[in-house]
Design a protein around this ligand. Structure first.
Ligand code: C2E
Ligand code: CA
Ligand code: CA
Ligand code: CA
Length: 275
């Protein structure tokens, strides 16, 4: 940035400054958020289209800030990654998710999002094993969601940890599929149980024929590779109907349910009569 001379008003530098101050404030607040019990999880269901039942829930992190209100993960996960707080937060998330899972029926799974940075710490393996043991839930009911970009940059450190988890029976899903580069090569790196097609494809598939073609071919490729497909961000009945027609395995999105609080999960399983 240019140095501001006397009498010069530089709005950009002023606002940049404010942004970084704000970020620092948020960062300082995040440090104590776990201890102050400001973090919580919400859960969004997966609907299996073949069986017409809910098969599990994705755990999504929320931060109830005392002054700012609800802060979305897009605004604090990045800060957590940069500061290393992601290790403590990620550990809290997996322990909380497993503890919550222990109250659910045995045939329901929980999916937890992981950042690449979390795999820099080899302690993550022990944390997950311990969380499962403490909650007394079978490892096969836990799914780990990772993104392609993570495999691209950090496969070196994540590979051995993911393989150890797979050996325990934990499953791995490839999240935001289609948004990274040369997606298909990553399918050979790990025995993924699931691919989650990014919501941008689902949003556009009924208006852009190219998009529909991509969704269809991902589903058919996945079928050949014996991998299940989840369509993310399903918002309309037309999208759901189309996904049914092209034999998508599972769907997730506001049409089925918004993410709900932990204590609403059992009610959702009952009232929706989807099991
Ligand atoms: P994601 O893993 O791709 O999660 C899906 C996001 O889409 C969630 O946003 C969800 O609330 C939203 N969503 C679900 N259905 C619909 C729909 O029908 N339409 C639209 N427009 N959106 C829908 P959320 O909860 O704000 O999370 C954003 C991202 O933050 C997640 O994207 C994930 O990458 C990250 N994240 C969330 N929780 C965690 C966590 O515990 N750990 C880590 N490392 N990342 C997390
Ligand atoms: Ca996810
Ligand atoms: Ca996603
Ligand atoms: Ca199925």
């Amino acid at each position: 940035a240019k140095k501001a001379g006397p009498g010069t008003v530089c709005f950009f530098e002023v606002s940049d400054d404010r942004v970084s101050r704000d970020r620092k404030a948020l960062q300082a607040d995040l440090e104590g958020a776990i201890a102050r019990e400001e973090l919580f999880l919400v859960f969004q269901p997966f609907l299996d289209l073949g069986a017409n039942r809910i098969t599990g829930f994705e755990a999504l992190l929320r931060w109830q800030h005392p002054q700012r209100g609800l802060v979305p993960p897009s605004e604090f996960i990045g800060i957590a990654e940069e500061t290393g707080l992601i290790h403590e937060i990620g550990e809290w998330v997996v322990r909380r998710a497993c503890a919550t899972l222990s109250d659910w029926p045995d045939d329901i799974r929980v999916a937890v999002n992981f950042s690449a940075a979390q795999f820099h710490n080899t302690g993550i393996l022990q944390t997950i094993v311990q969380a499962l043991a403490d909650a007394k839930v079978s490892p096969s009911r836990l799914e780990i969601e990772i993104t392609e970009s993570m495999l691209l940059s950090k496969y070196g450190s994540a590979g051995p940890i993911l393989n150890a988890l797979l050996e325990l029976g934990v499953t791995v899903a490839l999240d935001d599929f289609g948004t990274g580069f040369s997606s298909l090569t990553y399918l050979r790196k790990l025995p993924f149980s699931r691919i989650k097609i990014d919501q941008s494809f689902i949003r556009d598939m009924l208006v852009q024929p190219d998009c529909a073609a991509i969704v269809k071919s991902v589903i058919s490729l996945a079928r050949d590779l014996n991998i299940d497909v989840v369509a993310e961000g399903v918002e309309t009945a037309d999208q759901l109907e189309y996904l049914r027609q092209i034999s998508c395995d599972e769907v997730q999105g506001y049409l089925i349910s918004r993410p709900v609080a932990a204590d609403a999960v059992l009610k959702l399983l009952d009232t929706k009569k989807l099991r």
